[in-house]
Design a protein around this ligand. Structure first.
Ligand code: JFZ
Length: 445
């Protein structure tokens, strides 16, 4: 016995056994990543008891409210117009393929039935309905996938301690045991991944509040993947992806850009990518934010995301009543009219052979490339593609042929006039490349 024990100890010491298993995504997870890359467009929904204060999801901290007083909002939460099926229909009509819903935001209030805390929509509100359950059912009925936003920050629980850089002015007791908080999150994640059927993905957020804390993310991710191997994990930490993550998100920016100032340290990975953006200026319902983006701008963001190999997760902050703001509904409808026609130039595509340009982007599927002309002041466009021959080039919307010519610099498209459409799409079908041509010669890499 002692001998065997000694051998085991020696083997361990020699490093023959790995200390921590590297994450190997399951086949189902890899398939879901491809589904995700194909999906291109999702609806982000920020909704919670903060919506009642109509000043965004950060109101508790931004206004330095007293947290005990804030809790009392729950007793008045009765969203008489809430209809998960209606939300799912609006998303579907807009051309979206998934919904990402705030199951619990930084304020710590759970929008689902949880045993881990009484501070939840079923136990603490007169409404008493499990919003995540109704949304999960509605998504299933409409053929959408459900993703769940889950905050790592908690401005309510004492065990979210030591505090991070946010939520310090809310009158809370400065004490609590961090390990309890980790156990709480494990319990909630177990519920979310057990009680609602397949979850498309988890959208974590808040790591950045205290980057040096012992988050035990690899352990937490392993729990998620053990319960649902197919569930895609993303984390809005604004860094290159961590071990165990399945997609990478960019907040208010296209991959590789950093106009919002959040993504300075995020290199673009090979994982599926997602950009998220607001319809107005805030995530949670904000009654004074009337500054909605025009449909054209949001469509351009969607198209540019696709041209950068990314999805767009577009946000709506429903009212306390449960309705979407009127402007948001109109925007979703307008975008839906566009995707109904132009969807085929996006869904199932990958970034095209021409990198994003000032005039627009390209997407491709098989032997077809879609040239998305978003902003061009001329009637001609030179594509720097030299190694391919055109079989057919047409205007996507009506199939009219597009004159084209091979030049030294590439392929010159003559559009006839300066494009004025929201997105003037030229569809190019290429001839089979010579290497894979009729003579069946070997392809070289
Ligand atoms: C986060 C949330 O804080 C926000 O409420 C919303 O849910 C959004 C989608 O994600 O936004 C952030 C994240 C990080 C920073 C700022 C906003 N940051 O590091 O400054």
């Amino acid at each position: 016995m002692r001998k065997i024990f000694a051998i085991i100890m020696l083997t361990l010491a020699a490093g023959a056994l790995p200390a921590q298993e590297k994450y190997v995504p399951s086949a189902e997870n890899l398939a879901n990543r491809e589904w995700f890359r194909d999906a291109k467009f999702g609806l982000f929904i920020h909704w919670g008891i903060y919506s009642m204060l109509a000043d965004g999801e950060w109101v508790l901290t931004n206004k330095g409210l007293n947290e005990k007083e804030y809790q009392q909002l729950a007793a008045g939460f009765y969203p008489s117009q809430f209809d998960a099926r209606e939300w799912a229909r609006l998303a579907k009509e807009a051309g979206m393929k998934y919904i990402c819903f705030t199951s619990r935001h930084h304020d710590g209030f759970s929008m689902f039935d949880t045993e881990a805390s009484p501070y939840n929509v079923v136990d603490a509100t007169p409404f008493g309905r499990d919003v995540v359950r109704e949304l999960a059912e509605a998504c299933r009925e409409e053929g959408l996938k459900l993703f769940l936003y889950y905050s790592h920050i908690d401005w309510h629980r004492p065990d979210y301690y030591p505090w991070g850089r946010t939520g310090q002015q809310t009158g809370r007791e400065p004490s609590g045991t961090w390990d309890d908080y980790l156990r709480f999150m494990d319990a909630q994640l177990t519920e979310l991944l057990t009680n609602y059927g397949p979850i498309g993905g988890l959208w974590f957020d808040g790591w950045w509040d205290k980057p040096d804390a012992d988050w035990q993310l690899e352990r937490q991710y392993a729990l998620v993947h053990r319960l649902q191997p197919g569930c895609l994990i993303g984390n809005n930490h604004h860094r290159a992806p961590f071990e165990g993550e399945d997609f990478q998100m960019f907040e208010r920016d296209l991959p590789g850009q950093n106009t919002a100032g959040y993504s300075g340290e995020a290199t673009v990975s090979d994982l599926p990518l997602e950009s998220c953006e607001t319809t107005n200026q805030t995530w949670g319902y904000n009654i004074s934010d009337r500054n909605y983006k025009p449909a054209k701008q949001l469509i351009h963001t969607l198209v540019k995301a696709a041209g950068n190999n990314a999805n767009l997760l577009l946000n709506v902050g429903p009212r306390p009543s449960g309705d979407f703001p009127t402007e948001a509904v109109s925007l979703l409808r307008e975008i839906g009219e566009w995707t109904a026609v132009y969807g085929p130039t996006l869904y199932g595509t990958r970034a095209g052979e021409v990198a994003p340009q000032p005039w627009g982007v390209t997407t491709r599927r098989g032997d077809t490339t879609y040239v998305h002309i978003l902003d061009l002041k001329e009637a001609e466009l030179l594509l720097p593609v030299k190694d391919k021959r055109v079989r057919k080039a047409v205007t996507f919307k009506d199939g009219t042929p597009v004159e084209h010519e091979r030049t030294k610099e590439g392929l010159l498209l003559r559009l006839g006039q300066i494009p004025t459409d929201i997105d003037h799409v030229v569809e190019i079908i290429w001839k089979p490349s010579r290497q894979t041509g009729a003579r069946g010669t070997k392809t070289h890499k």
